[in-house]
Structure formats: structure tokens, C-alpha cells
Ligand binder design. Structure first.
Ligand code: FE2
Ligand code: FE2
Length: 232
């Protein structure tokens, strides 16, 4: 067994990117809550740690070579990956889901008033928060990291981590409001598409925040000024 019960969830996700499939399956938080040992997280969630470790083992065996070890790639490549895989798709997905949430709310609010008003308001706040957050990363923090400012990035990193916590809390609220994205009986296609989109954005944000909190930020903080012409 390559992963032990003492290993921290965020470290497992860093060393074995495919393990995040198992975390997603069991609702294990590996981004903001990544600092806790897997055994502690499983116990708290009522999961059998040895069964979870066995699932991780089967996900990573023979397939790990295909997953990118972002802790071993240059920082500029990691930032490029975060921008193209997570930030740019959100530019489209956030307005699309907000329009969908508004539509489902307007048409069906009488069927589930608390649920649909709650989803609309939590999602709208999350969208605004994320758009401002990504702008700060793109205009301030990522350029500082690319310029090799090392420990100078500490202030912005703390702010970004706090904002990740806020986004993580909104995702939990959305999961609770929608009964784990369970589609209500007789729900129309828009309603189904909304729940599916929200669940997909949850998984995407967990991966996105993990790459920043557990890999990009610690590496940026510990890196010093880099000589001209070299990439990290
Ligand atoms: Fe980001
Ligand atoms: Fe972020």
C-alpha cells in the first residue's frame, strides 16, 4: 500500500492526482481541508479508512503515469494549466449557470421556494466572489509568482486562501440545499441541467483550489527570486 492512513489528504491529492476521484466520490474535502490526515477525515465522515485507502490504491495503480505531477512541473506551466483548465472555462460557466438558476427559480419557485431561492442567492454570491477572486489572482498574485517574488507573495496568498474558504462554504451550502444534487421527481430538463452543472462546478473548484492551496502557493512562497531566463 503506497498511501498510509497518516498521510494528509492534500498531500495524497498532490502525489496521486487520480486519488481525487475517490475523494470526490465520498465528498472528502481535499482543497481547503487538505491539511488533515486521511484517517481523521474518514472517521469524522463515518467512512472506513481501509476501504477508502483500497479505493485510492486501485485508482492509482498502473494509471498514475497518465496523471500530471504538478508539484514537479515548472510554476509557469502550472499557472498556465490553472488558467486554461479552470479560470477560462469559468468565464463561460458562471454566467450560464446563473441564467439557468434564474430560469428554474422563476418557473418553478412555487414547487420548492426555499430550495430554489436559496440556490439562486448562494450561487449568485459565489459567482461574484469567484469572478473578483480570479481577477485578483490574474492581475496581482500570478504575475508576482511569475516574477519570482517568493516570500513577498505571502500577503496575497493569505487573502486568496481565505476566499477559497468562502467559496468552499458556498459549495457546501449548495450541496445541502439541493440534497446532494438529487433531482426532484418530475423536474424539467433545465432543473436537471442546473443540478448537474452545480455538481460539476463543485468538482472543478475542488481540483482548482487544491492546485492553488496545496501546490502553487506553498511552492511560490518557498521560491526565491529567479535568475533571468530561467523557468521554475
Ligand atoms: Fe484560481
Ligand atoms: Fe483561487
Amino acid at each position: 500500500m503506497s498511501v498510509t492512513s497518516e498521510a494528509k489528504v492534500g498531500d495524497i491529492a498532490t502525489q496521486y492526482p487520480l486519488a481525487t476521484r475517490v475523494f470526490a466520490r465520498h465528498g472528502i474535502d481535499f482543497c481547503c481541508g487538505g491539511g488533515k490526515p486521511i484517517a481523521e477525515v474518514c472517521t469524522k465522515a463515518g467512512l472506513d479508512v481501509s476501504a477508502v485507502l483500497a479505493e485510492i490504491e486501485s485508482e492509482i495503480t498502473n494509471r498514475e503515469t497518465k496523471a500530471v505531477r504538478w508539484d514537479e512541473r515548472p510554476l509557469n506551466e502550472l499557472i498556465e494549466h490553472i488558467l486554461s483548465t479552470h479560470h477560462r472555462p469559468l468565464d463561460e460557466e458562471l454566467p450560464r449557470l446563473q441564467a439557468l438558476a434564474q430560469k428554474v427559480h422563476d418557473v418553478h419557485v412555487d414547487k420548492a421556494p426555499d430550495m430554489l431561492s436559496g440556490v439562486l442567492s448562494v450561487f449568485s454570491a459565489l459567482r461574484t466572489e469567484l469572478e473578483q477572486h480570479m481577477l485578483k489572482e490574474e492581475k496581482v498574485l500570478f504575475p508576482m509568482i511569475l516574477a519570482g517574488q517568493g516570500a513577498m507573495t505571502g500577503g496575497p496568498v493569505v487573502v486568496m486562501e481565505q476566499e477559497h474558504e468562502v467559496a468552499g462554504a458556498a459549495l457546501k451550502q449548495l450541496r445541502a440545499l439541493t440534497n446532494n444534487f438529487e433531482v426532484p421527481e418530475g423536474a424539467c430538463n433545465s432543473w436537471r441541467a442546473l443540478w448537474a452543472g452545480l455538481e460539476a462546478i463543485e468538482q472543478d473548484l475542488h481540483e482548482h483550489i487544491h492546485l492553488e492551496n496545496n501546490i502553487l502557493f506553498p511552492r511560490a512562497l518557498s521560491s526565491g527570486p529567479m535568475p533571468l531566463g530561467e523557468s521554475r
